[in-house]
Design a protein around this ligand. Structure first.
Ligand SMILES: Nc1ncnc2c1ncn2[C@@H]1O[C@H](COP(=O)(O)OP(=O)(O)O)[C@@H](O)[C@H]1O
Ligand SMILES: O=P(O)(O)OC[C@H]1O[C@](O)(COP(=O)(O)O)[C@@H](O)[C@@H]1O
Ligand SMILES: [Mg+2]
Length: 322
């Protein structure tokens, strides 16, 4: 690989708390090693429109604690077109960018992999998505903050649920993954957890909740991942069947905002630092991954050839404890 002097960085896809901490870590690690850093705005759109800023050691000060992403983000459907990717590659070369760090989810990493394979641009991916649906990494940036927000919200709902003896159907994010629903459900002791990875057994759930109600339970939280069903559909199934008056809450984009937790700040700092070190050591076409507390490089095409498996032992745990 030719010597790297100038790197580009984007945040892309759904924003995730901690992206700024990763931008800061990449910038400071790179500038400390004598590299220039160009931050493109709005993901792949900024590369196509040449909308960028130079990032310096000083300019990334005070951003670690901020939610969202200072580089902003976008979904750019046109990037699936090879001609558009060729234009992006041309722009990167024109600007003298020797390598690109992509902070985002599976979609963003797919764009990165294609830029690497089709145009030989050295790429390192940093996994960031609240869904935790990216294979080969135990955690992605943003997951922990999202879970804390979801749990905090559900705990509040539990207060009012108990006061009125009501059931709440809480819809959480997770397009194709039940991770947020399962983990937040475990953390609040939800009576029901509905996820896209498993068929929904309304009858079994109804019997369980009704039994608990008869035993004197005064609140009920049912967490549903948006990828499994809508809260309205779930509520219709339980209407007049579980012994509670029912209310619906859709947590929505609240889950993506807020100052990152200590865990996300540290994870993002470690991943940003390693991403630059990988590039300096000549590694490219890889994603930084958290593997049993260590950071490793995993080829992006391996990551994208897999599907992140849910830990079914955790489903059993949730059923046993609630
Ligand atoms: N198959 C693909 N080929 C090329 N680029 C893609 C592909 N899928 C997604 N992208 C790019 O990555 C962006 C973010 O992807 P998306 O799936 O929306 O979010 P995330 O990266 O968070 O999973 C897309 O808007 C597009 O620019
Ligand atoms: O921001 P949008 O376009 O409303 O997308 C919502 C989706 O983005 C997410 O918050 C995060 O997904 P990605 O990280 O893959 O972008 C999903 O949980 C949700 O389904
Ligand atoms: Mg995604």
């Amino acid at each position: 690989m030719p010597q790297i002097k100038k790197i580009g960085i984007i945040t892309s896809g759904g924003d995730a708390p901690g992206m700024n901490a990763a931008v800061r870590a990449v910038t400071r690690t790179a500038t400390s090693n004598g590299l220039e850093v160009i931050g493109f705005y709005k993901g792949y759109a900024g590369i196509l429109d040449k909308e960028y800023t130079e990032l310096t050691y000083a300019s990334v000060g005070g951003i670690m604690e901020k939610g969202g992403t200072i580089l902003r983000t976008a979904r750019v459907p046109g990037f699936k077109d090879p001609n558009i990717r060729a234009e992006a590659a041309r722009n990167l070369k024109e600007l003298g960018i020797d390598a690109l760090i992509v902070i985002g989810g599976e979609g963003s990493l797919t764009g990165a992999k294609l830029l690497y394979e089709e145009h030989g641009i050295p790429i390192v991916g940093i996994p960031a998505s609240i869904d935790n649906d990216i294979p080969d990494t135990d955690m992605a940036i943003g997951v922990d903050t999202c879970l804390n927000t979801a749990v905090d919200s559900m705990q509040k709902l539990k207060d009012t649920a108990s006061s009125h003896e009501r059931a709440f159907i809480v819809e959480v994010m997770g397009r194709g993954s039940g991770y947020i629903a399962l983990m937040s459900g475990i953390a609040v002791g939800a009576e029901g957890i509905i996820i896209p990875e498993l068929p929904i057994d309304y009858d079994q759930l109804t019997d369980k909740i009704w039994e608990q109600r008869k035993r004197g339970k005064i609140n009920c939280i049912i967490v549903v991942a948006e990828g499994a069903a809508s809260a309205y559909t779930v509520a219709r199934h339980f209407e007049n069947k579980i012994g509670y008056e029912t209310r619906i809450t859709i947590l929505g984009h609240i889950q993506r905002g807020g100052s990152p937790t200590a865990f996300d700040r540290i994870l993002a700092s470690r991943m940003g630092y390693e991403a630059v070190k990988f590039l300096l050591n000549g590694e490219a076409g890889v994603m930084v991954a958290l593997n049993r507390s260590k950071l490793i490089a995993v080829p992006i095409d391996k990551v994208l050839s897999e599907k992140k498996e849910l830990d079914y032992e955790l489903v059993k745990l949730a059923n046993t404890l609630s």
